[in-house]
Design a protein around this ligand. Structure first.
Ligand SMILES: C=C(O[C@H]1C=CC=C(C(=O)O)[C@@H]1O)C(=O)O
Length: 460
């Protein structure tokens, strides 16, 4: 097992100043690689460029290793953040399980990687902020202040967010179109594997397993990075949106997920149980009808309750109190899900990665019992999950953090994208309906690849 290593060593110098908000695409394009973006409904938008420090780890101890490396990084700092949202945070994610990054397209992705951006734009309720971070040999206060002054000048020359032409959808590069696509799993293979999982569940060997597929698409034109993120932000404003570029190569892992894994602030924990899916209707009435049917559907409610119960059980050892809200329907642009919000107060101070490790993988992406479900996933799926369905998010110096489950996601390079989507299999799952559900879950990303470019769309 590899230990986490920090490529630079503390101390850390961080300086921030208020700036006029640049247009998203202009800021994204102005940042150096590796770029990071993070955006959540209750969080500031962060765009990071370059790496003042990179923490990587692998193996079963990757959560603990990153925690140690982050503690070391944040140990001694000279920080003038200006606003809370611009305080130093490392952004990144984990592999779904050990060995999940072995195959393509995961080559450049370690099993855990977090970055303290070298240059960071933070767009919060109280305005836009530009930060320069430096660590180790680069951590010289006057050099950081000079760099910040240069970055402020550079960003001042960019299009502004309130410039209608820069922000207009019409001026964006079109969606690239798909020239050719390949599925990892044929319909026959899917029927066989879902059927085999159902048999094991009925035999009492498993309670639930989430099986996924991948879809590789050759793009007809270059993948428009910033425009795709802008379109996802408009269509999925209530989702966690993320973009992670590895250190090498020209790919990125990105997505717009409705599923929060956990957020920790002080001792207050918020999490979601999200499982059980139906489509969107053509009309508001049809939407309502589908939502009511989902709330009453035994198979979906069972699939959902296994997640809600397990999340509560997994939080129990850490919690002074836990409260679950009412089960309701969460409506997204392409699907509707059963959703139970869960909150807890911890019994002691904890690091968010302790909770991430305890909760991942929830049965919304793994299954029950966890070990048997994971073994089934490894035996069944003919591709590597990499960071798909794994925790992505951020950590700060106090051990607070927010993590989402990286579903509705893909790895994209300029001319290729690999998309991932899965479904919860329970005792009365029907393979063909589950196949259709996988296709719905590709939609958030697929809609941004198909369409108005030169290429075509996917046959379902
Ligand atoms: C595993 C995925 O979705 C999970 C989250 C919400 C609903 C799910 C379901 O109804 O099967 C899945 O558990 C995915 O989108 O790849």
């Amino acid at each position: 097992m590899k230990r986490a290593r920090s490529r630079s060593s503390p101390p850390l110098v961080s300086r921030t100043t208020a700036v006029d908000e640049p247009a998203f695409a202009a800021a994204f394009d102005a940042l150096p690689s590796p770029r990071t973006t993070w955006s959540a409904p209750d969080d500031a938008l962060v765009l990071g460029g370059g790496a003042a420090a990179t923490l990587t780890a692998a193996g079963g101890d990757r959560f603990g290793s990153i925690r140690e490396a982050a503690a070391e990084l944040f140990e001694s700092g000279d920080v003038h953040a200006g606003t809370e949202a611009a305080r130093p945070r490392v952004f990144g994610g984990f592999a779904f399980h050990e060995g999940a990054c072995d195959g393509e397209p995961w080559g450049p992705f370690p099993e855990a990687r977090f970055v303290l951006p070298r240059v960071q734009l933070t767009v919060a309720d109280n305005g836009a902020w530009l930060t320069v971070n430096a660590v180790g040999d680069d951590a010289d206060v006057s050099a950081v202040e000079d760099r910040l002054a240069r970055e402020v000048d550079r960003f001042a020359a960019l299009d502004r967010s309130d410039d209608a032409a820069a922000a207009s959808a019409a001026s964006r590069p079109p969606r690239p179109g798909i020239r050719e696509s390949r599925r990892t799993t044929s319909r026959e293979a899917w029927r066989d594997s879902v059927g085999a999982a159902v048999d094991r569940i009925r035999a009492g060997d498993l309670r639930k397993v989430v099986l996924a597929q991948a879809l590789e698409a050759d793009l007809a034109a270059d993948f428009p990075r910033a425009a795709t993120l802008e379109r996802l932000a408009e269509k999925y404003p209530d989702c966690h949106r993320y973009w992670f570029e590895p250190d090498a190569g020209d790919s990125a892992f990105f997505g717009a997920t409705p599923e929060r894994l956990v957020s920790l602030r002080g001792r207050t924990v918020e999490t979601d149980a999200l499982a059980g899916t139906t489509g969107r209707g053509e009309t508001p009435n049809e939407d309502e009808w589908l939502a009511r049917e989902l709330l009453d559907d035994e198979k979906n409610v069972h699939e959902h309750e296994l997640v809600a119960e397990t999340v509560r059980d997994q939080l129990e050892p850490f919690a002074a109190s836990i409260a679950a809200g009412e089960r309701r329907v969460r409506r997204l642009a392409t699907v509707q899900h059963l959703h139970t919000p869960i909150t807890a107060e911890l019994d002691a101070d904890r690091h968010v990665l302790e909770l991430v490790e305890a909760l991942h993988p929830t049965p919304a992406v793994g299954g029950l019992p966890p070990d048997r479900a994971l073994a089934t996933i490894r035996e069944t799926e003919p591709f590597d999950r990499g960071w798909y369905a794994a925790p992505v998010g951020w950590i700060d110096a106090a051990g607070n953090g927010a993590f989402a489950v990286a579903i509705r996601s893909a790895v994209a390079s300029p001319r290729r994208a690999t998309l991932f989507a899965g479904v919860g299999v329970v005792s009365d799952s029907d393979p063909d309906r589950e196949w259709d559900e996988v296709q719905l879950k590709y939609r958030p990303i697929l809609d941004e690849l198909e369409g108005d470019g030169a290429g075509g769309s996917l046959d379902q």
